[in-house]
Design a protein around this ligand. Structure first.
Ligand code: HEM
Length: 152
């Protein structure tokens, strides 16, 4: 169960990143070319937020099943000094929650904005900040915080 969840959570990161990058690209293009916020832009906005929410659900179940998270909360004093363990128990979850809240707010604000320009700029700003946070919170093989492979 834990291995399966880790596999999907790891794989899903690429979908989260690709959807965010594509949404930001479309928002950028639409904004600077003063384009129309088309049905496709709205679908991209919607699916980007949905993909992030699916990753959030997988992450929450993983959090409850993770042996290292269990170890962290059961042995707080020693575990807090271990950056790899503390990363997943505190840093990863906190940063990812903030990022997903930003995506959710950005998506729903963009939906409600009256003009196409405002829809594009809202999506551009909120999704870009979320992407930066997600990038920092992913345990890349080159991250100074915690390291996991690109693919499981
Ligand atoms: C956009 C959101 C997220 C992305 C892109 C993401 C990405 C990742 C990646 C790449 C890993 C390493 C997987 C591996 O071992 O190969 C990981 C591990 C993990 N993630 Fe996330 N994550 C996200 C959100 C969350 C959230 C919201 C939670 C908790 C509620 C969470 C909980 C965990 C846990 C517990 C592990 C490590 C399990 C372990 O090794 O013991 N993640 N995440």
């Amino acid at each position: 169960m834990f291995e399966t969840l880790t596999f999907y959570h790891s794989l899903f990161r690429w979908l989260v990143l690709a959807s965010l990058l594509y949404a930001i690209y479309r928002a950028c293009k639409g904004y600077y070319s003063k384009g129309t916020f088309a049905k496709t832009d709205n679908a991209v906005r919607h699916w980007t937020a949905t993909i992030a929410h699916i990753q959030l659900v997988i992450g929450m179940v993983l959090y409850l099943k993770s042996p290292s998270v269990k170890y962290f909360w059961g042995n707080f004093k020693e575990a807090v000094k271990n950056i790899d363990v503390a990363f997943f128990a505190l840093i990863h979850i906190l940063l990812m929650l903030v990022a997903i809240v930003l995506i959710t707010i950005g998506s729903s604000l963009a939906k409600r904005k009256p003009t196409d320009m405002e829809k594009f700029s809202t999506m551009l700003i909120w999704f870009s900040i979320a992407l930066a946070i997600i990038f920092i919170a992913i345990p890349w093989p080159f991250s100074p915080l915690a390291n996991r492979p690109y693919f499981r």
